[in-house]
Design a protein around this ligand. Structure first.
Ligand code: BGC
Length: 456
């Protein structure tokens, strides 16, 4: 099996993340009538998956540090299948909520383990692009869910098929994980250096892996004692990476991306697009921009570096959010409604070139091997927690401050995020995971933020 096939199968975790978070908006339009759901119950059906994701992300770190990355991804694949089937056949809202909770658990696990696994199997030179396959799959999954929602909207019981289809990539992911190799870094960290060597050789083909293996071994030797307690997360050496990871997790969500991903048709209708069908189509357009700009990001991420992309991304998000806020202030209707559509599309495009992929990439890069799983878990839980807060409060925020006020707040927060990146986030392009760890560990990380930092 070639490296890229292995990476693509693993990246299916991202496709499931995207599909299963996106599909509920289209399905809910029907479910709420069929099951006569109150607005509160509709909120529960949507947010139960986000809550499940936060719990899944909390458990996965410990599990994957102990049992290995591969087995836990396999478990997530099986959970995706079970959750999709339970929610698709549900005859009552209780069963539906249970099914969506399982799906949520699996999303939480996949959201953290997919980038981690990809980072741990990648060579340093291309790691940015390979890990960002995860984000590409997330955006493709979201777009797919919009298209499936559109295509099945008029079919009888279409919503059941929308939910059931999530089982298909779940089956491929689970089957793939039966044959994919364990992460060489996890193997070496568990004293299985010969196994790590043979996996590295399988991943790198004919290339000589002795140098890569040697740095891996040095890294493990440096961590002379086993870091087993979660309290180690409070150790001074982890303070800076945790501030970066949890800070980016928060900023990725509080700058508003999922208000658009989950509520775009509602935003477009309130901006004055006349029909529901036009709004749904405009939403699919925004989903396509998300995918295309993620491809652009993948081409740039190992050349321009993570920080450059974050600057462009957050600067562009702030400007487009201010335009959107201004458009609502001026009172959009008729032709003017398209200003809202264009600024939403541009906003998503700017998110996709930087903040979308770079958050998931950096949290897979900056933590020491021994605690990587648990530390990434924490950042991922923060991401889902803030996602839940923003998604649950968005409609109320619009009710209280109007769309003008809500988007103004997300715009200002994008500028705060920009300042955070400028002062805190290191450049990691071209460095091995072991070099990043050594630099952050030795407190030489002041040298890392340089955008010109050359690969060591
Ligand atoms: C975020 C998700 C978001 C998606 C949109 C991901 O990086 O974590 O919350 O829905 O990007 O493309």
């Amino acid at each position: 099996m070639t490296f890229y096939l292995i990476a693509s199968v693993a990246a299916l975790g991202g496709l499931l993340f995207g599909y299963d978070t996106g599909v509920i908006s289209g399905a809910l339009i029907f479910i709420r009538h069929v099951m006569s759901l109150s607005p509160t119950m509709q909120g529960v059906v949507v947010s139960i998956a986000l809550a499940g994701a936060a719990i899944g992300a909390a458990l996965v770190g410990y599990l994957s540090d102990r049992a290995g990355r591969r087995r836990v991804i396999l478990g997530a694949g099986l959970l995706f299948i079970a959750g999709a089937i339970i929610s698709a056949v549900a005859q009552s809202v209780v069963v539906l909520v249970i099914g969506r909770f399982f799906v949520g658990l699996a999303i939480g696990v996949a959201s953290m383990l997919t980038p981690l696994y990809l980072a741990e199997i990648s060579p340093a030179r291309d790691r940015g692009a390979i890990v960002s396959l995860n984000q590409l799959c997330i955006t493709a999954g979201i777009l797919l869910s919009y298209l499936v929602g559109y295509a099945l909207a008029s079919a009888t019981g279409g919503w059941r098929w929308m939910l059931a289809l999530g089982a298909v990539p779940g089956i491929v992911l689970s089957a793939g994980m039966l044959v994919l190799p364990e992460s060489p870094r996890w193997l070496a960290g568990h004293g299985r250096v010969p196994d790590a060597q043979s996996v590295l050789q399988r991943l790198r083909g004919a290339a000589n892996v002795s140098h890569e293996l040697a740095t891996l071994r040095q890294d493990i030797a440096r961590e002379d004692r086993k870091l087993t307690s979660a309290w180690e997360l409070l150790a001074p050496r982890l303070r800076r990476p945790l501030i970066i990871g949890v800070g980016l997790a928060m900023f990725q969500q509080i700058t508003g991306i999922n208000t658009v991903i989950y509520f775009a048709p509602i935003i477009f209708q309130s901006a004055g697009l006349s029909s529901a069908a036009t709004s749904i189509l405009a939403t699919a357009g925004v989903g396509a921009v998300n995918v295309i700009m993620t491809v652009v990001s993948i081409r740039l991420i190992d050349r321009l570096g993570r920080r450059q992309l974050l600057y462009w991304s957050l600067g562009g998000m702030a400007v487009t959010l201010f335009v959107l806020s201004g458009a609502f202030f001026a009172g959009t209707s008729g032709e003017l409604a398209w200003i809202a559509v264009i600024s939403v599309a541009a906003y998503v495009g700017f998110f996709a070139i930087g903040l979308g992929p770079v958050f998931w990439l950096l949290i897979a890069e900056i933590f020491p091997l021994a605690l990587r799983g648990r530390a990434m878990s924490l950042a991922t839980v923060a991401n889902w927690g803030f996602n839940l807060i923003v998604s649950a409060t968005f409609l109320n925020l619009v009710g209280a401050l109007g769309s003008t006020g809500a988007f103004l707040i997300y715009g200002v927060l994008s500028l705060v995020a920009l300042a955070f990146v400028a002062t805190t986030v290191p450049e990691t392009k071209g460095r091995s995971l072991e070099q990043i760890e050594a630099a952050l560990d030795a407190g030489t990380s002041q040298n890392l933020p340089s955008a010109q930092a050359r690969p060591l």
